[in-house]
Structure formats: structure tokens, C-alpha cells
Design a protein around this ligand. Structure first.
Ligand code: ATP
Ligand code: MG
Ligand code: FE
Length: 332
């Protein structure tokens, strides 16, 4: 089957066509990063306006690149949440209008289910499966025993991993989004500062990054007061090492405890080179296969939404034209 995916939850306007949930036929992403950069973060009103301007063009390009037309499409999958409500609404309204006009089934998709299913574009899932989700708004460990069902075994108690990266980057006067810049600096820096690791209670798979964030702020602040020169590379390396160590170790512990057959990594922070290297190292001498998507499938795209939507489609799940954007949609 061919599923059309639409994603507009944040600052990427994206449309893709995916075959059988596994094969990308086309995957078009119009990023708005340049428009938000000077504000140091995503401005919701601007995001919505860009989505309105871009969506038709991106849709046309997705069909053009796929060399397909509407007769070939079996269903339309769209991100219904979570995300910015005004941004989500553009995708949802577009999908509903198209579903009505072209008489196609409509499928609402959870954005994080999408991030998870980006991995199925690389290899078939092996259950039970453990997903480490590290994105701009989420940091979670999710256990999956079958397609389309998600058990959350751990989550962040404060900031998301991506949020922590972006905030630390901002303190170092790096451009938005800061994650890739921290990643680049960390690669040349040295771990000279011993920032805290938030292990939380024994056996907990929850995360916390606010303590680490405060420690970094204090370090920068104190150095400025003492008029010491700040080595941005070393701060980035030390901060990133703390994040990576906790993410990697908790993922490994959970993978062992739940005896999973596969570990997958999802979300924008999965693009982090240090994290990918550390996870690969940690799992290399185990029998548990690890999947890390290519960078363009880590950050927001619509191929992942089409991939997740394919499972719902095959399970007979449908949304109706009353589908609404839900900025706080839970992952079930
Ligand atoms: P969510 O998926 O939770 O709704 P989002 O869609 O805004 O949030 P994503 O697009 O999945 O988030 O990821 C964006 C985040 O990933 C940003 O915080 C960005 O800084 C971070 N990021 C991207 N590349 C890297 C990298 N190489 N290292 C660390 N962080 C990165
Ligand atoms: Mg984004
Ligand atoms: Fe995302």
C-alpha cells in the first residue's frame, strides 16, 4: 500500500509517500529554521504562517518526486499531536480536506509514534523492542511488545534532552537549534568538568536534566565573574558526556531487564554523534541489535508519519473528519 504522510507539528512542513510502511518513495521537508533563528527559538505564529504558505508546494513536490498520483494513494496519515496547536492545525486541516475531496481514509498519527517508526524504514521491528526517544520535547524509554502499542517505562521529570541541548547552546551564544552546534564543539573539546549525572532512584528509568542545566549555567556564570576565559568546547564536551552517559546506561539497563530483541533510537537528539557512538559501543558486545536512523530521519519528517500511519491503516484504524489537532495527545 501507498500511504501519504503529512507532518506540521513544529517548524518543519513535510509530506512523504511511503510504500508498505517500509520504503520511502518521496520525502520532502521544508524547514523553517532560518525564520526562527533570530528569535532564538520557534515562534508559534510564524510557524503556522509558514506551514500555510508551504504545505501545497511541499505536497506537489512529494507527488512529483514519487511519480505517483492520487489514484495510487491508499490513505492519508497526519500528525494530530503533540506539538504547537496552530502548526498541527495546518496539517490536520489539509489532510481532512484532501481525505474528503479525494475520498481517502484518514489516519491521525502521534508524532512520537512517528519518530519511533522512522526506524522501520531501516529494518523490520523485532519485539519486544525498546525505544529511546530523545527529541526537542520528549525524553522517554518506551517498550513495545507489538505494533502500534506503547508502554512508557521512563520519562523526563523536567527538561527534554533536546531542550537541555538548546538551552545550554543558548548560554554559549550558539545559534538555534543548538544541539548540532554542541555536538560539533563537543567533538573537539575535552571532558574537563565533572558535571552531575542524574541517576535518580535505583532502578528508575526516569530522566532529569534541569540539575545538569543549572550546573552548566553556574559554571559559565562563575567563570565570567572571575573573568576566566571560557572554553566552549570543553563545556560542550563535558555537558554532552553527562547527558550521553545517563541516556546510554539507562537504555542498556532497560534493554537487559525487559530482555528486548531490538533497541531503537528516535527523535532529533538521536542525530547526536557522541550519543550514537556511545550507544553503539555499549551494545556492540551484546546480542541486542541497535538501530539508529540516518540524520534526516531523526529530525521531523513525514516519512515517519506515513510509516506509523501504515500500521494503523493495516490494523483497520481510521479517523473521521472530526479529527482535531491535540497539542497534548498521549502516546498509548
Ligand atoms: P518533539 O519531537 O518532542 O515534538 P521536536 O519535533 O521539536 O520535538 P525534533 O525535531 O525531533 O524535536 O528534534 C529537534 C531537537 O533535536 C532540537 O532540540 C535539536 O537541538 C536536537 N538536535 C538535532 N541534532 C542534534 C545533535 N546532533 N545533537 C544534539 N541534539 C540535536
Ligand atoms: Mg524541528
Ligand atoms: Fe519531533
Amino acid at each position: 500500500c501507498f500511504i501519504l504522510g503529512i507532518e506540521t507539528s513544529c517548524d518543519e512542513t513535510a509530506v512523504a509517500i511511503v510504500k508498505n510502511g517500509r520504503e520511502i518513495i518521496s520525502n520532502v521537508v521544508a524547514s523553517q529554521i532560518e525564520s526562527h533563528k533570530r528569535f532564538g527559538g520557534v515562534v508559534p505564529e510564524i510557524a503556522s504562517r509558514h506551514h500555510v504558505e508551504q504545505i501545497t508546494l511541499v505536497l506537489e513536490e512529494a507527488f512529483e518526486k514519487a511519480q505517483l498520483d492520487w489514484d495510487d494513494i491508499d490513505a492519508i496519515a497526519v500528525t494530530e499531536g503533540p506539538g504547537l496547536v496552530g502548526a498541527l492545525l495546518i496539517g490536520v486541516s489539509t489532510a481532512k480536506a484532501l481525505a474528503f475531496a479525494k475520498q481517502k481514509p484518514l489516519i491521525g498519527v502521534h508524532h512520537i509514534a512517528g519518530h519511533i517508526y522512522a526506524n522501520r524504514l531501516l529494518a523490520e521491528f523485532q519485539f519486544p523492542l525498546l525505544a529511546l526517544i530523545v527529541s526537542g520535547g520528549h525524553t522517554e524509554l518506551v517498550l513495545m511488545k507489538e505494533h502500534g502499542r506503547y508502554e512508557r517505562i521512563g520519562q523526563t521529570r523536567d527538561d527534554a534532552a533536546g531542550e537541555a541541548f538548546d538551552k545550554v547552546a543558548r548560554m554559549l551564544n550558539l545559534p538555534y537549534p543548538g544541539g548540532p552546534h554542541i555536538d560539533r564543539l563537543a567533538a573537539v573539546g575535552e571532558e574537563t568538568i565533572d558535571f552531575p549525572r542524574a541517576w535518580l532512584e535505583k532502578g528508575s528509568y526516569d530522566f532529569s536534566f534541569s540539575g545538569l542545566k543549572s550546573a552548566v549555567i553556574n559554571k559559565i556564570h562563575n567563570a565570567k565573574q572571575r573573568q576566566e576565559t571560557l572554553n566552549k568546547e570543553d563545556i560542550a564536551a563535558s555537558f554532552q558526556a553527562s547527558v550521553i552517559e545517563v541516556l546510554t546506561e539507562k537504555t542498556y539497563q532497560a534493554a537487559e531487564e525487559f530482555k528486548v530483541k531490538q533497541v531503537i533510537v528516535a527523535g532529533g537528539v538521536a542525530a547526536n554523534k557522541g550519543l550514537r557512538m556511545e550507544l553503539e559501543k555499549r551494545f556492540s558486545n551484546t546480542s541486542i541489535p541497535l538501530l539508529t536512523p540516518p540524520l534526516e530521519l531523526c529530525t521531523d519528517n513525514a516519512a515517519m508519519i506515513a510509516a506509523a500511519g501504515t500500521i494503523s491503516y493495516q490494523q483497520g484504524k481510521r479517523s473521521d473528519l472530526a479529527l482535531n489537532a491535540n497539542p497534548a495527545l498521549p502516546l498509548k
